[in-house]
Design a protein around this ligand. Structure first.
Ligand SMILES: O[C@H]1[C@H](O)[C@@H](O)[C@H](O)[C@@H](O)[C@H]1O
Length: 617
């Protein structure tokens, strides 16, 4: 059975390709996709990118920076807040997760706002919300107002996270789009890194330093707000709204006045075609789900975002201090700087992603990254498993300890997994001795409720208090896993879900598609980070990390089957990849067994997919 919409789509692709061929004066070839490098400008004749586009990318990506800063800064601020405001663990959890929850809600509704008000107004709105949120947080008199501030900030993060990649993708020239959109991810991890440095720096101030930590986000928010007053709306959105003269003016401004006619015509023709093709009234999400190509794009987009979070990035980042403590760094004061080192590693390797995306392409980068992430997670899991198998035994049972459940544990591993217990011990080289499992102090996890580890001194011979970790000689394995994990995850899985989502939907479905996929990202972010401790209690640390590796294997199969290469294509051409048979995912493409032909424009690297559509749907 053939779908007229799918056929139409192919015809539409043909028209676009025809116009491109005419434009380029090149002849078309039918053949397999090119294996040659798509590095830089494939034809060697792309117009130089005017500097203005970098300015646009920078001011937009400040939204990414605020996303990273506000999600990252809270862990350091919490260390101080919980003492000053006497926060229960429920309140601590509320203050951390409320932002992510609000981001999920606002990214979902951001789709509507984006289509209605445009990208520029949404970015202005997000920076305004960030500013208000920052002010509320910095002056908060009590925990209720703090919670309100965290919710407000979350609303800003949600809108920014779905709008910024779309805006950058729509203003970028196609040969640089990957790199420019990926800069947003660089700013996210940059924001997380700066947040941890600010946490470290301000933790030395005694009173109220959390106000500076949380309030400093006002600065980039204001810079972005003022900047965007002078920056233009996306020409694609303007054209869609029928504001064609303005669209042409903006396009000419962002392309430095050069050769915008062909691009303008392609966008205009594509909007007309799209209107006919997916026309009709009704909710955009319903139209997306009814129309094959956009439904497939949505599944790919949401799947990528889901697997990004299921690969456990936020748990690995959050628990890096624990992992590093296992590796032998015992000083509490260093913990805050250790998490800065982790976010610095995440940031540096995101830079590698920016460099690679327009060189190796999205598909290879994502696959390579996920493969490495899976191997590193398994390494982490094996490290934790070895530590558990060789966990030091409890050797002392001091009088009075029998009243506590902690006394039931025979070794460090189960003791460490119980959130109310900690391991108190002495060491001589790698030998652990005089060890007990005792309750943790309810007010602070940095010492025991009673016994030798209850009032710790800096003296060299004082016993060591291990909360949340166990001494082990396999820490090198865990440490290696952590570094490899960040090195592999950051360039591909950290960046590509955002980049690919900004480009795979046709204009009419772009806002809604990105809203849904960002919503999926935030929902899985909350799910994975909130469940980690329970999962670890239930399955142990190594079980949890083996579970994440299992998700990664599923993610690999999904990406292998479903993610087409979008590199080098103009946004208007990408829909064709989803109307053809590039997606070999069984569930997505019934009818199977058909061969795929690729049409390549000679001399260019623009790869188009084509197929016999006779039995699509
Ligand atoms: O792409 C980002 C990045 O990888 C961040 O480090 C992570 O905290 C976010 O959840 C993710 O969406």
């Amino acid at each position: 059975m053939s779908s007229s919409r799918d056929e139409y789509s192919l015809e539409h692709m043909g028209n676009l390709m025809g116009s491109r061929r005419q434009r380029d004066g090149e002849q078309s070839l039918i053949g397999p996709p090119s294996q040659e490098s798509t590095h830089g400008d494939p034809r060697g004749q792309e117009a130089p990118t005017p500097g203005f586009i970098y300015l646009l990318a920078f001011f937009s990506a400040l939204g990414g920076f605020l996303f990273g800063y506000d999600t990252g800064v809270v862990s350091g601020a919490m260390l101080l807040l919980k003492k000053e405001m006497n926060l229960s663990s429920l309140w601590q959890e509320l203050l951390v997760s409320s932002t992510v929850g609000a981001a999920a809600v606002s990214s979902l509704s951001g789709g509507y706002l984006n289509g209605w008000l445009g990208r520029r107004i949404c970015i202005l709105l997000a920076s305004f919300i960030f500013t208000i949120g920052g002010i509320v947080l910095s002056v908060a008199p009590d925990k209720e107002v703090l919670l309100a501030g965290r919710l407000v900030v979350g609303l800003g993060i949600g809108i920014a996270s779905m709008t910024v990649p779309v805006y950058i993708a729509e203003v970028s020239p196609h040969h640089q789009r990957g790199q420019l959109v990926t800069i947003n991810s660089l700013f996210i991890t940059g924001g997380q890194f700066i947040a941890s440095v600010i946490d470290g720096a301000f933790s030395f101030l005694s009173h109220d330093s959390w106000r500076y930590m949380l309030g400093l986000s006002i600065v980039p928010a204001l810079v972005q707000f003022v900047g965007f007053f002078f920056l233009p709306e996306s020409p694609r959105w303007l054209l869609q709204k029928g504001r064609s003269q303005e669209a042409r003016r903006v396009l000419s401004r962002i392309r430095g006045g050069q050769g915008v006619d062909a691009e303008y015509e392609t966008i205009r023709a594509s909007i007309e075609e799209e209107e006919k093709e997916a026309g009709g009234d009704g909710l955009v999400i319903v139209r997306i789900l009814r129309y094959g190509p956009t439904r497939r794009a949505l599944i790919v987009g949401c799947g990528l975002q889901m697997f990004q979070q299921l690969a456990g990035i936020n748990t690995v980042m959050y628990y890096s201090a624990t992992i590093l403590q296992m590796a032998g760094v015992r000083d509490d004061k260093q913990a805050i700087w250790l998490s800065a080192a982790t976010s610095a590693t995440n940031f540096v390797f995101t830079l590698v992603g920016v460099w690679l995306v327009d060189r190796v392409g999205r598909r290879k980068l994502t696959l390579g990254s996920l493969l490495g992430t899976g191997v590193s997670l398994s390494l982490l899991a094996v490290g934790f498993l070895m530590s558990a198998l060789h966990s030091p035994p409890v050797t002392l049972h001091p009088a009075g300890s029998q009243n506590s459940t902690c006394s039931l544990y025979g070794s460090c591993d189960p003791c460490m997994l119980d959130p109310v217990c900690g391991f108190c011990y002495r060491e001589n080289g790698t030998r652990v001795y005089d060890s007990t499992c005792v309750p943790v102090d309810q007010g602070s996890t940095s010492h025991a409720a009673w016994g030798r580890c209850s009032n710790r001194t800096e003296a060299a011979d004082s016993p060591i208090w291990a909360y949340n970790y166990c001494p082990t000689s396999y820490s090198w394995l865990v440490l290696m896993g952590l570094i490899l994990y960040l090195a592999f995850f950051a360039p591909g899985m950290g960046t590509m879900p955002w980049t690919v989502n900004s480009e795979i939907y046709p204009l009419w479905a772009r806002s809604t598609g990105n809203a849904c996929s960002s919503g999926v990202n935030w929902i899985f972010n909350v799910l994975v980070s909130l469940t980690f401790l329970h999962v670890a209690e239930f399955l142990t640390y190594y079980g949890a990390f083996f579970m994440y590796s299992g998700f990664v294997v599923l993610g690999l199969l999904f990406i292998l089957g479903c993610l087409p290469e979008t590199q080098g294509l103009q946004l208007e051409e990408i829909e064709g990849l989803f109307s053809g048979r590039l997606c070999s995912c069984g569930a997505l493409s019934p009818g199977g067994g058909r061969h795929v032909q690729y049409i390549r424009v000679k001399g260019s690297n623009h790869i188009f997919s084509d197929s016999d559509t006779s039995d699509i749907e």
